[in-house]
Design a protein around this ligand. Structure first.
Ligand code: CTP
Length: 396
């Protein structure tokens, strides 16, 4: 996702500097060209060699360091101007103060000044240092000048205090970077609703009827749309997944909850993707108290739930695109084509439960995209990649 992108990591002298090795590694795995500039104090927490091994690029600590990959240009200028994004993390009170006041007395504070790209700053320090009005004033000043501040997390701080000031998790920092520089923003201005995960139908206060859906496909769809600039509402049944950055998540439990939430969000949506595994049946009544076991067998009477996709198809707004999913164990394509017509959908993504690497729980999928114009068979790919192919098709 970061092929051809030049990311500059600015590491200043806080304990969280060690986490940046993981960030550098994750960015490199996404094919970014990662350059690292460290303050002298940062080298007390993590070595330059660590970053050099991970990024395969020279690490800069001194304003007069030379640049082996670009001997023509002045390094303290070209590192900043050549970057597609700069992330300063951890950003100490010192580096925040320097940038906010135009001080350029070391390599890191200097490379930021000529930069023309987005600069993300992650304040990370003791809670009381963070609360200091001078630091707060500097942060506000940076915001006014267009720098993006990544809010520090709360928790146990290395200094022994409890509170705000932690550097957020590495995967979150990577998400923030992706949100700015990954993907062409070709869904900007579009409102997308995605449903994900299973539903839970309560039998009594303890037992539920549910299914094996992990939510991975729906969450990948929400992530892909957000990375492409869409405004995304994710209506999610119970899952163990973290909502992707930049997505509005509505948590639901039952098929009825999901119907209400999706219908409300769909009113002004441009694209709706029903990736959730919605229960087709729910108990006729939910017992108020735990049902005690009896001698012999028992049965739970069930009634039909509302078919959300069908209802969306029947009430389709002009210009709205509705996409459903279909999971079958036999006659996949015939049954899925039937659903396309029956539910008045614009596309059905059919996935077979019988193929390895497809369906529930896994990170990959094998889909056939079925529209009125025909079928497109996608090979085995990650659910995120498949999501991009789905949106490519919808946009086309
Ligand atoms: N779906 C829905 N509301 C339901 C059940 C399903 O919106 N109550 C949606 C799913 O999110 C999916 C599509 O309908 O996008 C297909 O679901 P599936 O269960 O595979 O198909 P059904 O229409 O339920 O067909 P059948 O039970 O006959 O296989």
């Amino acid at each position: 996702m970061l092929q051809g992108k030049n990311i500059l990591l600015g590491v200043s002298g806080g304990i969280a500097a060690y986490k940046m090795a993981n960030v550098a590694s994750m960015l490199t795995k996404l094919h970014a060209d990662v350059h690292v500039v460290m303050t002298e104090n940062a080298t007390k927490f993590i070595t330059a060699e660590t970053f050099e091994v991970l990024t395969k690029n020279k690490v800069y600590t001194d304003t007069f360091d030379e640049r082996p990959d670009d001997p023509v240009h002045v390094p303290h200028i070209s590192l900043g101007t050549g970057a597609d994004l700069i992330l300063i993390a951890p950003a100490t009170a010192d580096i925040i103060g320097k940038i906010a006041n135009g001080i350029a007395d070391d390599m890191l504070s200097t490379v930021v000044l000529p930069a023309r790209c987005p600069v993300l700053i992650c304040p990370s320090m003791n809670v009381y240092m963070l609360e200091n009005p001078i630091v707060q004033d500097n942060i506000e000043k940076l915001k006014r000048f267009g720098y993006e501040i990544v809010e520090p997390a709360e928790g146990y701080l290395a200094c022994g205090y409890e509170g705000k000031g932690k550097l957020p998790e590495e995967s979150y920092l990577v998400q923030r970077i992706l949100h700015v520089v990954a993907c062409e923003k070709n869904m900007a201005g579009k409102k997308v609703v995605v449903s994900a995960g299973p539903t839970e139908e309560s039998i009594d206060p303890i037992r539920v009827i549910t299914n094996h859906s992990s939510g991975k496909m729906g969450y990948a769809l929400a992530e892909a749309a957000a990375l492409r600039g869409a405004s995304v509402t994710l209506v999610s049944g119970p899952t163990a997944l973290k909502p992707p950055y930049g997505v509005t998540t509505v948590a639901v439990k039952s098929a009825e909850d999901m119907y209400q939430a999706v219908t409300a969000a769909a009113a002004d949506a441009d694209i709706i993707v029903m990736a959730a595994a919605v229960a087709d049946y729910t108990p006729v009544t939910t017992a108020d108290q735990k049902i005690k076991k009896q001698e012999g067998d028992m049965a739970v009477p069930l009634k039909r739930t509302k078919d959300i996709l069908l209802s969306l198809g029947q009430n389709k707004k002009p210009g709205q695109f509705i996409c459903g999913f279909s999971m079958e164990t036999e006659n996949l394509l015939a049954n899925s084509s039937e659903k396309l017509k029956k539910k008045n959908a614009d596309m059905i993504c059919a996935n077979s439960l019988t193929q390895e690497g497809a369906g529930y729980q896994v990170d990959t999928n094998i889909l056939t995209l079925i529209t009125a114009d025909g079928q497109e068979q996608l090979p085995l790919m990650s659910k995120l990649e498949a999501s991009h192919r789905i949106f490519d098709k919808i946009l086309s």
